[in-house]
Design a protein around this ligand. Structure first.
Ligand code: FMN
Length: 370
């Protein structure tokens, strides 16, 4: 088995991790005072907790500018490679991903940074590759976001091909590609024991999913419901097998409000995502993601706004522990290999989830007790 010491390859059938704790607000676009502060102290305490309760991974968002509004949602964010290095140095089990925008760092620089973090963590490092979508961030770097996906993903492919070559080649090599010309390139040391760290991406376009099928171990995808999610899993796995003879694990991403009763969970959801939504930031994010460009019926836009305020538009897990566990089991039955989770306040809310929901998943055969 590849990298038995990396939790992303452990024996749990359904893997769990935390998404976006490096960003202010996490995934919740809300003004409630307990909203997530992405301080180093909070992130470190959370990583140790995730390690203790046996979560498989921590996944950051690479964000360079915030979304404005009353809270400047995700305005504060810890840079993901250095964040991963710090957390990996102080944990022992959990796998920590860095998220890299292909256009923002030279592949040889990135190759060496990733290899270094891989070594200091004993091989618990993981890599999320982002080929770009957020126009203001590209403008901030003085770069043009290529208009078409094909160019973005061709660039991403060449970027990753150089890293893989630098990691696998024992000799210095020259490179004459479409985007890079390199002379006597190398990266030493290689990642730990010469194997690749777990690789993921979260493209939603055909090009993005094709990139995952060709290169990655895992594709993360946002779902609307488990029936259409099951169809996505079937299609991308078939494509990975037919076009690239590869196996691809498909994960989804969720936000969680888990309370002692269903009513309590729904009331809190309404409180933070409707009564105290940061509406200006919600609008900004939705328009940047092109959500308004589609001609959704008015009532659907309203529901979408709430889902964005509640958790960046990802899949809701709202209810008591039985309900939340049942919805996760449905996701697993749809063919997903895992999910990332986000909470309004990760540190306050993860202990209850770990105590109540994880044992239910163990009893359902999705996870092994620690
Ligand atoms: C789980 C997950 C993690 C993501 N992480 C980031 C990120 O850190 N930074 C970013 O700019 N985009 C991130 N994205 C956006 C995707 O990488 C991708 O660009 C987006 O879904 C659009 O798909 P496309 O590139 O195929 O058009 C993420 C998406 C998901 C679902």
């Amino acid at each position: 088995m590849r990298r038995p010491y990396n939790a992303m390859f452990n024996r749990n059938r359904f893997k769990l991790g935390l998404f976006s704790p490096n960003c202010a607000g996490g995934m919740a676009i809300t003004t409630v005072p307990e909203r997530w502060q992405a301080s180093w102290q909070n992130n470190l305490a959370l990583a140790k907790l995730a390690d203790d309760v046996g979560l498989e991974f921590l996944l950051p968002i690479a964000r360079w500018t915030g979304y404005g509004g009353a809270t400047d949602f995700q305005g504060d964010s810890l840079e993901t490679i250095t964040w991963a290095a710090g957390l990996l140095a102080q944990t022992s089990r959990v796998s920590v991903f860095a998220t890299a925008h292909t256009a923002f760092s030279h592949p040889l620089m990135a190759a060496k940074q990733f290899a270094t973090v891989d070594h200091l963590s004993g091989g618990r490092f993981g890599l999320n590759i982002v080929c770009g979508w957020n126009q203001p961030e590209y403008e901030m770097f003085g770069l043009a976001l290529a208009e078409d996906h094909d160019t973005r993903y061709r660039y991403g492919q060449e970027w990753w091909d150089i890293i893989r070559r630098a990691w696998q080649s024992e000799q210095d090599f020259d490179w004459h590609g479409e985007f890079f010309k390199l002379h006597a390139a190398r990266c030493t040391p290689k990642p730990l024991d010469g194997s690749l760290p777990p690789l993921m991406n979260a493209g939603s376009s055909a090009q993005g999913q094709g990139f995952a099928a060709q290169n990655c171990d895992f594709l993360f995808t946002v779902i609307i419901d488990t029936a259409s999610g099951a169809e996505t899993v079937r299609q991308v796995q078939a494509m990975a097998r037919e076009r690239f003879q590869r196996e691809l694990g498909v994960f989804t991403t969720c936000y969680v409000v888990c309370r002692a009763t269903q009513r309590e969970a729904e009331e809190y959801h309404h409180h933070y995502a409707v009564d105290h939504a940061d509406t200006a930031a919600v609008e900004r994010l939705m328009s940047l993601m092109g959500m308004h460009a589609h001609s959704f019926p008015r009532d659907m836009i309203g529901a979408l706004r709430t889902q964005f305020a509640a958790g960046h538009g990802v899949y809701p897990l709202v209810g008591d522990a039985d309900t939340v566990a049942r919805r996760i089991i449905e996701i697993a039955e749809a063919g997903f290999a895992g999910a990332s989770l986000a909470f309004v306040n990760y540190l306050d809310e993860l202990p209850y989830f770990a105590a109540e929901v994880i044992p239910r998943l163990e009893r359902a055969g999705l996870r092994l007790p620690l």
